[in-house]
Design a protein around this ligand. Sequence first.
Ligand code: HEM
Length: 501
Amino acid sequence: MISEWIFYIILYLLAAVFTAFFAYCLYVHHIHQKYDHIPGPPRDNFLLGHSPSLTKALYSDDSLIYDLFLQWAEKYGPVYRINTLHYVTIVVYCPEATKTIMMSPKYTKDPFVYRRVFNLFGKRFLGYGLITAVDHDIWYRQRRIMDPAFSSSYLRSLISTFDEMSERLMDKLEEIANNKTPAVMHDLVNCVTLDVICKVAFGVDLNFLTQKDSPFQNAVELCLKGMTFDVRDPLFRIIPKNWKLIQQVREATELLRKTGEKWIQNRKTAVKNGEDVPKDILTQILKSAEEQNVTSTEDFEQMLDNFVTFFMAGQETTANQLSFAIMELGRNPEIYKRAKAEVDEVLGTKREISNEDLGKLTYLSQVLKETLRLYPTAPGTNRWLHEDMIINGIKIPGGCSVMFNSFVSQRLEKFFKDPLKFDPKRFDENAPKPYYTYYPFALGPRTCIGQVFSQMEAKVVLAKLLQRFEFSLVPGQSFDIKDTGTLRPKSGVICNIKQCS
Ligand code: HEM
């Protein structure tokens, strides 16, 4: 009797699973019918859509997922479709649609994409911080409060800190030059940008150039790595061989948030004791909490979300840009010579760089812009299309994600002639300005808040490097790009360094 009951229960469950699966397949079919008039590569299979191709590209050693997006853009045109289960992403490269969508607050960030970094393998990560806040009002309130820490007058006052942190790098390079050992430039500039964000954003001086195997630095690195897998490969966490890394990423996330907790408490105590505190990002995070009357644990968690957000957004991106710039200067002697000549003319033997000096280093700005054209270190952003829209003559039904990818747009021949050539002249003041085809910092209301900050920092480091040292790339290294959440040079950019006479 009991076995008969069990038999019927199993039968019932199987029928329920089958019906649910069948209904889901019908839904996927309906979605295909709704969007299949939009051009796109053939799906790998009915249910998974293009995921097998995307996963293969993600784990490939010799190409990037963005190379695949670029190939598809060249083959299927400026509007194409990607399917993953029932989820549709429309990839868009037409300047007019880029302008319409990215410049308007009406099109919010895609909640399905940004919700995926709320947690990292189950541990709260970016939460509702400035990058991941999707709701316009919640985001705008935070952005408005953070803005003073990025105002031009406040940033101008930071020049001496950028200078001081870059001087540490110069000291380290002097030591390396004297020892006649090669310098792994990516690791070195990474320490500088970490020092800068700790000091400028949070008032803490850690001097990473003197630390070996810093747990904090490793934690930042691990979180970025974990982010790539957790966001892009839903099956990553169920494969046992990945469990060790997942545990390390969880611990790293916890370390970052615990550090944030400590620094926030220290600053609160300093304020309470009437100490003079800088108007930095941490002050703004506290102010934002104060305005919103923060009392609950959840509110405190939101402060930590922004702490982690600024570490993730504000450090690797700039370090990677600097590494790519050094790599390209090493590969292009003429460009190197011109940049150095400009630095020598503007700075001479002067040690301290001023804001006025930065303004005069126009060719160096062009080098940095061209670096981000060829190597946009944070290449993608997504918006949610809630209503129907005609893009490039194609009707796009509402209810899908729209992806803008600067790596692809900035490497398309039709927008940038001879796109793989590193040519800072493209950004000469007399050259035509790119029209919604160049967006390494995104565009519109959700544009990068740290754009000016990062470019001031990068310029100070690069100018000092060119002023004090001659560098050349150690032969035989790769010029490939590695995707670790942000884009960075695979080789680490290994240079022979000599002090300028
Ligand atoms: C070369 C350096 C940098 C690049 C290429 C870069 C790029 C970007 C991009 C593409 C976005 C949009 C992300 C998205 O839509 O998902 C963004 C947003 C953001 N970035 Fe940056 N970034 C850089 C440096 C910085 C720095 C130095 C900071 C802070 C000190 C920073 C803080 C942020 C924040 C908070 C956001 C979110 C802004 C908002 O939605 O209101 N970034 N960045």
